[in-house]
Design a protein around this ligand. Sequence first.
Ligand code: IVH
Length: 708
Amino acid sequence: MNDAIAVENLTEEQAQAELARLAAELDRANTAYHAEDAPEISDADYDRLKRRNAEIEARFPQLKRADSPSEQVGARPADGFTKITHAVRMLSLGNAFDDGDVAAFDQSIRKYLGLGADTGLSYTAEPKIDGLSLSLRYESGQLVQAATRGDGAVGENVTANALTIADIPERIDGAPEVLEVRGEVYMSHEDFAALNARQEESGGKSFANPRNAAAGSLRQLDASITRDRPLRFFAYAWGETSEPLAGTQTDAINRLGALGFQINPLTRRCESPAEMIAHYHNIEDQRATLGYDIDGVVYKVDDLALQHRLGFRSTTPRWAIAHKFPAELAWTRLEAIDIQVGRTGALSPVARLTPVTVGGVVVSNATLHNEDYVAGRDANGEEIRGGKDIRVGDWVQVYRAGDVIPKVADVDLSKRPQNSEPYAFPTRCPECNSEAVREVGDAVRRCVGGIICPAQAMEKLKHFVSRKAFDIEGLGAKQIEMFFDDELLPVKTPVDIFTLQSRDADNLAKLANRKGWGEQSARNLWDAIDEKRTIQFGRLLFALGIRHVGEAASTLIARHYGNWSAFESAVTAASGFEGPEWDELLAIDGVGEVMARALVSAFAQETERASIDALVTRLTVLDEERPQSDGSPVAGLTVVFTGTLEKMTRAEAKARAESLGAKVAGSVSKKTDLLVAGPGAGSKAKKADELGIRTLDEDGWLELIGDA
Ligand code: IVH
């Protein structure tokens, strides 16, 4: 985030660009968190982005976007479940970060209600459970529907799943005719650890934290899986009710308790902000021993008539706020700096620490990001931490926010050992001794060994079998580590996975005799591998783990070329980074020069190419279909745009053509079907003429595609 410019100094243009960036970033974070259960940024960073967005919008209200993140709660529901429109929207909470924010919350409520500073005003204070919210609809005492929050308006129907949770009663007696009970589904620390241990053993996905485990377990299309995952539920709110539950929040919650729901025992009534803050610290003190994750304390106006008067802003109630816990910090000794080598050869420094408890979690490793970070510089060469470097033996501050990897944030120079030396970042790969080089503009030093480097080869394999790549059941990161170093059945490159069975006659026995394996599990693995011998082109490309070539780009590239052999000959022909094939690659929307170079280089590198070719001969690669373009007059045609376009930008023209199933190329060749030439067209128009290629002007093109 560009915090460098204070909001008051932003120009309108800068503000607009930043709002666009924040919307995209928050959207991505929302999807990762809610729809994929795999958060990419910490809660603290997320809150920071949201606050920055709100500040800019407050200063430039005219720039507020139609898709403004401040109007959104969570992310859209994932496909697969039926959708439920909530009778009463499920909202989010505003945040308080310090005592001043709590006082301001009380003052704003008094102001809104016209209450003087001396008028009594009660609140409740209770833990903010770090799980996922759920709305349970009871009609005549019978649970008829359970829905996740989704985007606040529409959630997912998880009724069958909710029914497997012991804390959720199927029937309740003495409740209003219609009652929607709302609360949080969560997983205890103990159950989380046991689940992850089981998942690891069976080669399944392990979860980053209890909240993701709870979300992943609840949102199972097969409810019998949910049944095997020990989920719990705390009730703390309600949606539609056919008659009022009570006169106060306290009584309403107690009534939910009497109806058979779990309510949080740390809920208190408070008569002033000072009491609220005292209870906040009380809860904070118990945080590490609660046995489940909480990330703050929620305050609510106790009187429900006042809650009703206060009502809601667009996404948050005026009568409640979440007082967040600060990110956790602790000081400890840096015992060593290890270098880990990643899939693309990146050398990442990792801090080995004297174990220390940070917010109830024992931390013994933390990230040091990269060479510059250790040296006390940022990517632009500017000082960070006041220029203090980090040395082995230093007394360092460890920072943990939510569920992200802990990092070393600061160093105490007064405790630096006398004889300490600046850390010398290695210039050779610690795994394979190849040179480790840092290219201009790259923050990262990389091993140039490619798949000769065992660390890179292993990480590439782990990526190859990961969920969005080959996703082979029973062959996860742990099994890859076992096979990689196996003497009898080694797997060093992807093709080795597909030759495991055919390498020699008694390999089934070799595997079955291994500790933890048997004949059945070995057979299961063979079957799982066989199942993945047929693969979609785009997925295969992503699985290769080529630097810069991510999942989305792989799909775009695969769609462009349609089939593997067309793609393969094109990237091979582009090896000189010039010529029509190179231009064509660059012309694909979403493929930039950096990515194109990485792709072409990977196919030009001898060992890597041999490994890819060997793999492909063992697979059936399915063609990648272009998106729906039924009845399109240009489907399948190769089109080149040249000259100035007046009614659209080049990017727009390209995207439109591609959405109609055309292939857009950067230069004219015999394969070109159509040239669209605007004013100022030069050599391309001439060449098209020579080759007898059909040429249209911009209007002719628009007419052809029906956009005129
Ligand atoms: S009250 C109208 N109470 O926090 C607001 N929410 O950040 C109703 N949450 O969506 C929510 N513990 O999923 C409330 N004790 C608690 C909570 C709580 C956790 C979650 C809930 C909400 C989110 C907002």
